[in-house]
Design a protein around this ligand. Structure first.
Ligand code: C2E
Ligand code: CA
Ligand code: CA
Ligand code: CA
Length: 275
């Protein structure tokens, strides 16, 4: 089948061509979305269940397309990666997130997700440095979230890059922990500040003993390595209670708040577990 041309293949699987066409259209529209100012940033609180207070916010991008409506990052980030557009989109996100965070009176932290291609861009460091310089923000308030898979390719170069970012005063978090490859090896190769336990382990934490064992183990491992732990995807009070009893202090999830836009952020505080 691999010898067949694209058109021949599509004859047998017309849905594939249809999907390809939609993907191509989405990608074309994505290209003009930055100039047209169609992206918005949402922020989800990072909440300390021991101190019962908001420590920071994670930046989550949304695409408000006049054609497609609100497109979630799960649907366009990989497209933006494939087309290389993620580099300029990523720069837009960095500038806007840091500018927004610089205006927060409580000086909470701001977490920014970095994609693999961004990590390889020579423009990443200058973009961050410029945003830090123009806003005057304390770089210690900036947390950069990367995934394990990012360290897989070109890992020496990436580890060097992480050290450079850290030397600039920013913090590095390992996102979606437990869903990628060779997790333990990466924990050894780079001193992360924080490990974010993926929501799939938190989903049924109250009654799944396997997930409980994993969350406990990650928390102890992180602690022993001098890293803090965040549990993601906390939706119910019963999940929070289990985590609190186990000694997990930081959580994120719909229980505390859905991601909100900057306007809602400024009049929606404080966030807490008893809404
Ligand atoms: P992520 O970094 O793991 O972000 C957390 C995702 O979980 C967000 O989805 C958030 O809305 C969702 N979430 C938060 N609390 C809960 C909960 O209690 N239950 C459930 N079921 N979900 C919860 P979102 O905003 O759709 O983002 C999806 C992914 O897209 C992110 O996963 C991240 O990998 C990527 N992404 C989002 N924003 C950016 C960005 O600015 N840059 C890059 N490179 N990637 C981004
Ligand atoms: Ca993240
Ligand atoms: Ca995550
Ligand atoms: Ca609340």
């Amino acid at each position: 089948a691999k010898a067949l041309g694209r058109g021949t293949f599509a004859e047998f699987e017309p849905w594939l061509e249809e999907r390809d066409r939609e993907r191509a259209q989405l990608e074309a529209d994505l290209k003009t979305a930055i100039q047209n100012d169609e992206f918005t940033l949402h922020y989800q609180p990072l909440y300390d269940i021991a101190q019962r207070r908001t420590l920071g916010f994670e930046t989550l991008v949304r695409w408000q397309s006049p054609i497609w409506g609100v497109v979630m990052p799960g649907e366009f980030i990989s497209l933006a990666e494939d087309s290389g557009l993620i580099v300029s989109l990523g720069e837009w996100i960095i500038r806007n997130a840091i500018e927004e965070a610089a205006s927060w009176e409580e000086k909470e932290t701001v977490a920014i997700n970095l994609s693999p291609l961004q990590m390889r861009s020579p423009r990443l460091i200058p973009t961050l440095a410029e945003a830090i310089c123009t806003t005057g923000i304390d770089p210690a308030r900036i947390e950069l979230e990367i995934t394990e898979n990012m360290l897989m390719h070109d890992s020496e170069r990436n580890v060097a890059m992480l050290h450079e970012l850290r030397d600039m005063g920013m913090r590095i978090s390992l996102d979606d922990f437990g869903t990628g490859y060779s997790s333990l090896n990466y924990l050894r190769s780079f001193p992360f500040d924080k490990i974010k336990i993926d929501k799939c382990f938190v989903e049924d934490i109250e009654d799944r003993e396997d997930c409980q064992a994993i969350v406990r183990a990650v928390m102890h491992l992180a602690g022993a390595l001098g890293m803090s732990t965040v549990a993601e995807g906390v939706e119910r009070k019963s999940q929070l209670e289990w985590l609190r009893a186990e000694g997990i202090t930081q959580i994120q999830g719909y229980l505390i708040s859905y991601p909100v836009n900057a306007e809602e952020l400024s009049d929606g505080r404080p966030f807490n577990e008893d809404r």
